[in-house]
Design a protein around this ligand. Structure first.
Ligand code: GLU
Length: 446
């Protein structure tokens, strides 16, 4: 049976790379009707924090990556110590103060990696170097091999040791993790061999590079899953994007739900080459998911953002909000962009785009705006269609082309040069606010 695990250390938030590792493990398990284990590697008691652990679980749930088993390494310290003692008793390990180290023997180690094929290591390369950088020699004048720490001087077990014990006892069939762990693998194999455990398969996922070709890091802005949530990315869209970092569903398909992905996911089809993170693509995918979300649900998702930005308070007009969401949803790549598009609806004071103002409101519009105000005043049923009729009537009376008045009107009402259908906006603002804004545009002109 396929049994895989995601093993984050709660020494930081769940970041994009970790989430991709979790996702590939999850897809592998679900595609094979196997099990997915979440193991919190909290052995480093100084650096592990409860808040990080909670955030990791929260982000996993938000992404929709459910687990079949949850383990904490901090609950298993006795087991690790017993195992280390067993190796000491068998003469395979030795004590050095509080620490316990495994004797490293000369060995050729082969691992079979499902993504990279065979990888060979020679433990003769694990040498001890002196302060001058030179290789130290043993009593037979052979390079001294570096012994593997199992239990550290402070009594806490080392990552490689716990990882092996847990992967073996939890019956993990394949260890799927980031490429940065390849160098740990031979050390772990030595521990498997010493403990007489069956060695699992391995699959090391390609690194995720930032757009400039360097490794993804905090310098690049958002790296934590929670940052993406805050910026208004939808979990399904983020998951969809992450699955494309190293895997492809084929046929150049880019919009793939988790349910579709698990039908044809294969860990062997994962690329070896590093994957490049593209914010532009993520935003595009997010926009596709936003468009597909029904307006009612999208409105619910937007409410916390609107509340946080003080756009609405408790007694807002839900029906009204839904029609605004309907109007803007095709333009959004993130939920937070809704705030940028709609500030003019929720705030009385307009923020003018200076270029738009200069281009469309700098000349005297008093004749046009005054006539528009009169004609809008007469509209009884103030909806988009009637407002458009009032507008057409106005341009007819002025003998000008609609295009000459559309832009000044949009800028006067919204402060922006672009946006959705102008008459939908006029209707959403309502008669009173439309007239007020036209009047104040007249004032600033004069
Ligand atoms: N706790 C390790 C990490 O977060 C896990 C490595 C592994 O998957 O073996 O990097």
């Amino acid at each position: 049976m396929v049994k895989v695990r995601f093993a984050p250390s709660p020494t930081g938030f769940l970041h994009i790379g970790g989430a991709r590792t979790a996702l590939f493990n999850w897809m592998y398990a679900r595609a094979q009707n196997g099990k997915f284990v979440l193991r919190i590697e909290d052995t480093d008691q100084q650096r592990s924090k409860k808040e990080y652990e909670e955030e990791i679980l929260r982000s996993m749930k938000w992404l929709g990556l459910d687990w079949d088993e949850l383990h904490y390494q901090s609950h298993r310290f006795d087991l690790y110590r017993d195992m280390a003692q067993k190796l000491v008793d068998e003469g395979k390990a030795y004590k050095d103060g509080e620490a316990i180290l495994l004797k490293t023997l000369k060995d050729d180690i082969k691992i079979y990696d499902l993504i990279r094929g065979e990888i060979n290591f020679d433990t003769s390369n694990f040498v001890v170097r002196g302060e001058d950088g030179g290789v130290e020699l043993d009593e037979h004048n052979q390079p001294k091999l570096k012994d593997e720490v199992l239990i550290k001087g402070d009594g806490s077990p080392d990552y490689n040791f716990c990882c092996v014990i847990d992967d073996a006892l939890m019956e993990i069939s394949c260890v799927v993790r980031g490429e940065d762990h390849i160098s740990n693998t031979p050390k772990q194999i030595l521990i498997y061999k010493a403990l007489g455990f069956k060695i699992p398969k391995f699959a090391h996922l390609p690194l995720i590079m930032a757009e400039d070709g360097t490794r993804m890091s905090k310098r690049m802005g958002a790296v934590a899953v929670s940052d993406y949530k805050e910026q208004g990315f939808l979990p399904d869209a983020l998951v969809n994007y992450l699955m494309l970092l190293g895997w492809s569903p084929g046929n150049n398909q880019e919009i793939v739900t988790l349910q579709q992905a698990i039908k044809n996911f294969s860990i062997k089809k994962v690329n070896k080459a590093a994957a490049a993170f593209s914010m532009e693509k993520l935003r595009w995918i997010n926009g596709q998911y936003i468009k597909q979300t029904d307006t009612e649900k999208l409105t619910e998702l937007l409410i916390p953002f609107l509340e946080k930005a003080n756009y609405i308070n408790q007694d807002f007009d839900r029906q009204g909000l839904k029609s605004i969401v309907e109007l803007f949803k095709v333009r959004l790549s993130t939920l937070t962009e809704f705030l940028e598009w709609t500030d003019f609806i929720f705030h009385d004071k307009l923020q003018f785009d200076p270029e738009a103002k200069e281009k469309h409101l700098s000349q005297d519009r008093s004749k046009e705006f005054n006539l528009l105000i009169n004609n809008f005043k007469q509209v009884e049923n103030y909806d988009a269609i009637s407002c458009e009729e009032a507008f057409k009537k106005t341009v007819g009376e002025l003998g000008i082309k609609p295009g000459e008045l559309v832009h000044p009107l949009r800028v006067a009402l919204t402060g922006k040069a672009m946006g959705p259908s102008l008459f939908d906006i006029v209707a959403i603002l309502g008669k009173e606010r439309t007239i007020e804004r036209l009047n104040s545009a007249l004032k600033t002109d004069s």
